[in-house]
Design a binder for this molecule. Structure first.
Ligand SMILES: [Mg+2]
Length: 289
């Protein structure tokens, strides 16, 4: 049961446990009204939560949206925001099951809670990577932040040709495929950038990692490597698998790239094609030595 009672009542599939994630989308922090159409903001708001469910190998079930809106905001903006959010929700059969609204004096604030489910004890965690595991990533990296950089320079972008930024696709099917086959030993979604999110896997798994620079599926143009390493809001899945497991080159129509390996120690390193390596730090990288 969704909207209409004091609480939503949700029954999870038999033998499943609940996954819950919550994300803020704040005006001038996560989006700008002058840069992003309202339906893109609605889409991105829900995509962030769905991507977290994907990263656990889960199936999204319901979403809860709380909105604080400035009084002068046109109704048209709200309608378009909801249209973008609900279009994505429909695609993954996610029920918008509740929420709250309030007036804001400080711009638009949207808080999304997504409830998902996963078979009991089957959620893919960040902590399962082991020395020798191989590191994979779905899709391409860097184009979302590349688009953001263009917006910062005042360029007008077509939302269609920059869909990766305006309408990112959460990798629900990829995450589910990996979980069903027990392929992924650890997994996270790339929301803060590969170097930061791989850092989370290393931290939770107490390992180091080597990333092969030449293997990154970089899509960001001239600064491709830096954008692929550090660009956020990609909503791709970063995962590890035991070296003997065969990981398909494509899952649910999404290309999968082998980009490195889990190492001993606690450091992340970047390996160049010529064999030289550099320390890879979350969010910022040192030049090749
Ligand atoms: Mg996440």
């Amino acid at each position: 049961l969704g909207i209409g009672d004091d609480c939503a009542v949700i029954r999870l599939p038999r033998g499943h446990e609940a996954l819950v994630t919550t994300d803020f989308s704040l005006e001038d922090v996560h989006f700008r009204r002058s840069w992003h159409p309202a339906d893109s903001i609605g889409h991105r708001c829900l995509a962030r939560g769905l991507s977290d469910i994907a990263a656990m190998g889960g199936i999204p079930q319901a979403a809860f949206l709380s909105l604080a809106l400035p009084p002068e905001l046109p109704q048209r903006w709200i309608t378009q925001f909801l249209r973008g959010l609900l279009r994505l929700a429909d695609r993954y059969e996610v029920l918008l099951a509740g929420g709250d609204t309030a007036q804001s004096q400080t711009g638009i604030l949207a808080d999304i809670v997504v409830l998902g489910s996963v078979p009991t004890r089957k959620a893919v965690l960040r902590s399962g990577a082991r020395h020798g595991d191989l590191i994979y990533v779905s899709g391409t990296l860097g184009s979302s932040v590349a688009a953001l950089n263009q917006l910062r320079k005042g360029q007008k972008l077509s939302t269609r040709s920059h869909a990766k930024h305006f309408y990112p696709e959460p990798r629900i099917e990829v995450g589910r495929y990996l979980r069903q086959r027990n392929l992924a030993s650890a997994m996270i979604d790339i929301s803060d950038g590969l170097s930061t999110d791989l850092g989370h896997i290393c931290e939770e798994s107490k390992t180091g990692a080597i990333v092969y620079a030449h293997s990154l599926p970089a899509a960001g143009g001239a600064d491709g490597l830096a954008l692929a390493l550090h660009g956020g809001e990609e909503y791709e899945l970063l995962f590890t698998a035991r070296p003997e497991r065969r990981v398909p080159k494509e899952i649910a129509g999404v290309p999968i790239s082998l980009i490195g390996e889990i190492a001993g120690g606690r450091q992340m390193k970047l390996a160049k094609a010529d064999g030289k390596t550099a320390v890879l730090k979350p969010g910022g990288w040192q030049h090749f030595s």
